[in-house]
Design a binder for this molecule. Structure first.
Ligand code: ADP
Length: 164
């Protein structure tokens, strides 16, 4: 019997967008198990807490039965090995993502040679979408219904109402 293939999909997810969900859905069809994991990066100051980001991911990923939500701090390569993952999934939107992703994936391969990074492209309608665009639009009450699910819109509104 073939071994189960576990993939980890790391990101800040501040907040999760339809672009991320597009990648999660594609990964869930390719791998036996997908662990979507919130990177707790001390250099970034996210709008949403770790718990809020995980809650939103849990809610939007409920329908994908082989997708789990987690978080990690420290090195992604160590985390992937700990989770017995053989794949790291990243989304590639445009050439502008390439240089950074190329450097990260080669570094991770050096640190964990048995873990391969796989890049998935979202539907072209999400290629310009990112979480910071969504946060910025939401701050000024812009229409974000094509970018994030209703649950995320509600949470963003709560932040706006608190002046965050
Ligand atoms: P990071 O801070 O690690 O870039 P993000 O949450 O912004 O975290 O992104 C996590 C992953 O999802 C990255 O691989 C990123 O390229 C990908 N991603 C983000 N937005 C989109 C999108 N609109 N379409 C496809 N992939 C995306």
């Amino acid at each position: 019997m073939k071994n189960k293939i576990t993939a980890v999909y790391p990101g800040t997810f501040d907040p999760v967008t339809y672009g991320h969900i597009d990648i999660i859905e594609r990964a869930s069809q390719l791998f036996d198990e997908v662990i979507v994991t919130v990177a707790l990066n001390i250099n970034k100051k996210p709008l949403f807490t770790e718990a809020e980001r995980k809650d939103m991911l849990k809610s939007v990923c409920r329908k994908y039965k082989n997708v789990k939500i987690d978080s990690f701090s420290g090195l992604l390569a160590d985390y992937a090995v700990k989770k017995k993952a053989s794949v790291i999934v990243r989304g590639l939107r445009a050439v502008s993502d390439f240089e950074y992703e190329f450097q990260m994936s080669l570094t991770n391969r050096k640190l964990a040679p048995k873990v391969s990074t796989i890049f998935l492209m979202p539907h072209e309608k999400y290629t310009y979408l990112n979480s910071s665009l969504v946060r910025e639009l939401s701050k000024f009450d812009g229409n974000i219904k094509d970018f994030v699910p209703a649950e995320v819109i509600k949470r963003l509104k709560e932040k706006r109402d608190r002046g965050l």
